[in-house]
Design a protein around this ligand. Sequence first.
Ligand code: PMP
Length: 430
Amino acid sequence: LLALQQEIEGSVVSYPRSIPIAIERAKGAVVEDVDGNQFLDFFAGAGVVNLGHTNEEVLSYVTAQQEKLIHALDFPTENKLSAIQKILAHLPEELRDQYKVSFGGPTGSDAIEAALKLAKIKTGRDTIIAFTGGYHGMTSAALSLTSDTAFRNRLTSLTPNVHFVPYSYCYRCPFKLDEANCKMACVDYLRNILENSHSGIPKPAAIVIEPIQGEGGNIVPREGYLEALVKLAHAHDVLVIFDEIQSGFFRSGEFLAWMHTGAVPDIITISKGIGGVGLPLSALIYRKDVEAWGPAAHIGTFRGNQASLAGTNGAFDFVDRYNLNEHTKKAGERLINGLKALQENSAYIGDVRGRGLMIGVELVKDKKTKEPFPALVKRFRNECMQRGLIFEVGGHYNNVVRLVPPLIITDAIIDNALAIMEVALAESES
Ligand code: PMP
């Protein structure tokens, strides 16, 4: 099946080149291939099936909705109104009244496009600040904010006026400083751009940042960073867009990852997990005072698919019913502690980090020099896959094991995955 698809699609297939399986079915945190092999899914569609594959409770909302109404363009429906109310109800209480919700289309990239449009219309400016290691999608403007040149360099032109600045990546501080006394040089770098007319960069419309960098290697920025960034941006009348497409929808142990911090953004993009069971949907959550759309300023055939919205409603109810945030925090701690124990016995695990169940393990040739070791990550991923565990690889140097399992994983599954990783690591190190 895999060979057949590759023959038909040619070079278009991407993930099966590194995880060569053809999938038949999936349930909870387990994926089964066409040959009946089962894998623990610590990939979860890069943070899509947060509530587990084919989650029956959520699926029941979708099935009931599908019998009633699937497509309604962007007409109001009770289903949609309820999804909007649930999104707002899960924001911090004191902020709920200040935001509104608009559905952006089926994919994360759609939401990014919408957010950029809104920020540019609102400010009348068109410069955007983005971050090294950032990933925001593959449509033209979203790709313009995605830093990896491997994705960009075959296109002769992208959306202009995007400038990349360093992310708060303390394990590999771009300024070679120590987190304890760096005084947030990364924020000062940005300050210089905003304050110095000789920076050559016009005043931006917005700063677009992932509150936890996902494809960039599950990097949690240092404490105080997001707060300082927002404060700086607002002092210069620049909007802040938090891209929560991967870090959001409860992955970090809060609805949105920024809710662990004191930073308050102007626009938030969400997608991936929000369709509940993997149905496509994205949304913008934005401050009412940023509103700048006129009628029909942002339209689209698939804005707010009713089946996906039913998935959203089911997902929020599921999260609340089972107090999933607490579970995610505990499960994340267990996984991180297990990984840190592996780190002690390995010469190659340079860094273990994360928040909730968004965890990155950085493999290096030498813990002191921190030289990235992408070849070892490849071997490790393969050894894990042979033993029934799949995950995605990412990072600024393709040397980070990215663990983003469904949030419903049990202790037994975590321990099982850790046991697989321990053996696979020994095998790939030898
Ligand atoms: N932003 C972030 C942070 C993402 O992780 C992704 C997807 N990996 C996107 C945007 C793009 O979403 P999509 O693939 O649905 O267009």
